[in-house]
Design a protein around this ligand. Structure first.
Ligand code: SF4
Ligand code: SF4
Length: 444
């Protein structure tokens, strides 16, 4: 990395947890296709999709099996060819009693990358439709439907596109590998997004400086171009939070309750950019995703391309799990969710499976707040995490909403730093859920 390159970062708060990027040098490899997939109809922000198949139906890899039901919803596709053996209700990590389509794998597979479709003369609307048809959602974890993000509300003009390659969560390395292995695809996706939104004047690629090889690779790739700039980012959590990234690179703040489009910015994760490329150039639906399978004591840690719906148990059979571990997490350890059951499948939001060792256990018994104010100091939004958690714990959610409950991005920096190990972010999440349930009941 050129020592003269400017290093960007956000203004307020943040922490630097142990990075533990054990798999950074491991190229992405295809995971084995499982004998059975379990595909939930809720893998995106917004209403669950409606099941389009019945038990006994033969389905083809890539066939639409779930139809988006609302403005903010996304189609779901069969990730393997085979026969539908069940449609059952089950829980995902974020939603209860959702329809799952179970497919027994069999039949032929399609060579998606064998065929390229011309896209250069398609209209903006046609390109957005291809992304929508492919069921692409934000793969950084937010799962916001990408076709909606690519269609800013009337009056909002996007002038800046930021590619999020920060990957600030400990352990995760899939976006790092995407930056190294899929740069041509990502470059094409930039051109696709620019064709959709011709108002874009400037493109940045934000990469934390702990991924020096990726910064060098992109700097060399973009030599002589002034329209796309590599933005090296300080290694600091939550550098990849959308608001933090925008602030770091542009100096602008997304207004409270506002969207990046309000200040003319669009942020897309680098894995999402690859999915946009595949949707438009190969007409490939989002039927698989890259993820990092890792943790101390895992037999075969690595970066794997995994079919959506693959049960975690199948990954465990293939790549092992530590003899003893404190928690199995979906996503990174800071924002991820504990996986209670090995039958839970990989979904569009699964950026990683991380086994935390007993030494890394975050579930130590909590002790009283000692008023040290460390949580206040690290909060990137400038909230009072201890007050929010206390109010949520006492069901005083209206008061909590009044001091920024819904501004919290659930980054977990406060819980990470708290010497009393108070589960601050868990309480805040609970407070948000409780508030929403209360509001829904009041409307009945
Ligand atoms: S989880 Fe919420 S309250 Fe805690 S540091 Fe992050 S933004 Fe602040
Ligand atoms: S960091 Fe923990 S102990 Fe310190 S003020 Fe916040 S909640 Fe209390």
């Amino acid at each position: 990395m050129d020592k003269k390159q400017k290093i960007f970062t956000f203004k307020r708060g943040g922490v630097h947890p142990h990075e533990n990027k054990l798999t950074a040098a491991q190229p992405i490899v295809n995971a084995d296709v499982p004998p059975l997939v379990r595909i939930p109809m809720a893998q995106h922000l917004g209403a669950p999709a409606k099941v389009l198949v019945s038990v006994g139906d033969e389905v083809k890899e890539g066939q639409r099996i779930g139809e988006a039901t609302g403005m903010i919803s996304a189609h779901i596709h069969a990730s393997v060819s085979g026969v539908v053996t069940a449609i059952e209700k089950a829980n995902t990590l974020t939603a209860k009693q959702i329809d799952f389509v179970v497919i027994k794998t069999g039949g032929s597979f399609h060579n998606w990358v064998g065929e390229k479709f011309p896209w250069e003369n398609l209209s903006s609307q046609q390109l957005v439709s291809l992304v929508q048809e492919a069921g692409v959602v934000g793969l950084g974890g937010a799962t916001f439907p990408t076709h909606v993000k690519l269609s800013p509300p009337p009056g909002k003009v996007v002038e800046t596109l930021i590619l999020n390659g920060a990957e600030c969560e400990p352990y995760l390395t899939i976006d790092h590998r995407m930056l190294l292995e899929k740069s041509q695809e990502i470059l094409t996706a930039i051109e696709i997004v620019r064709r959709i939104l011709p108002t874009i004047k400037k493109v940045y690629i934000g990469i934390e400086i702990n991924k020096e090889d990726a910064i060098d690779h992109w700097t060399a790739l973009l030599a002589g171009r002034s329209d796309i700039t590599v933005a090296p980012l300080k290694t600091r959590y939550p550098q990849g939070g959308e608001k933090q990234l925008i602030q770091a690179i542009t100096g602008k703040e997304v207004p409270t309750k506002g969207l990046p489009a309000d200040i003319g910015v669009l942020v897309e994760n680098v894995s999402t950019m690859n999915a946009i490329y595949e949707a438009v150039v190969h007409h490939k639906p989002l039927i698989e995703r890259g993820l990092t399978y890792t943790g101390k004591g895992v037999a075969k840690p690595g970066n794997y391309k995994v079919r959506i719906g693959t049960p975690i148990s199948h990954l465990i059979e293939s790549y092992g799990k530590p003899e003893k571990f404190a928690a199995m997490i979906s996503g990174g350890p800071m924002m991820g969710l504990e996986i209670p059951d090995e039958n839970i499948p990989v979904v569009k939001s699964t950026s990683g499976i991380v086994f935390l060792s007993p030494q890394e256990d975050y579930k130590v018994e909590d002790r009283p707040c000692i008023r040290c104010a460390k949580c206040l100091a690290v909060c990137p939004i400038g909230l009072m995490p201890t007050e929010l958690a206390k109010l949520a714990d006492n069901f005083l959610v209206e008061e909590a909403a009044g001091i920024g409950l819904f501004d919290c991005i659930e980054c977990g920096a406060c819980a990470y730093i708290c010497p009393s190990k108070i589960p601050l972010v868990g309480l805040i999440r609970y407070g948000k859920e409780f508030y929403k349930r209360k509001q829904a009941q009041a409307k009945k």
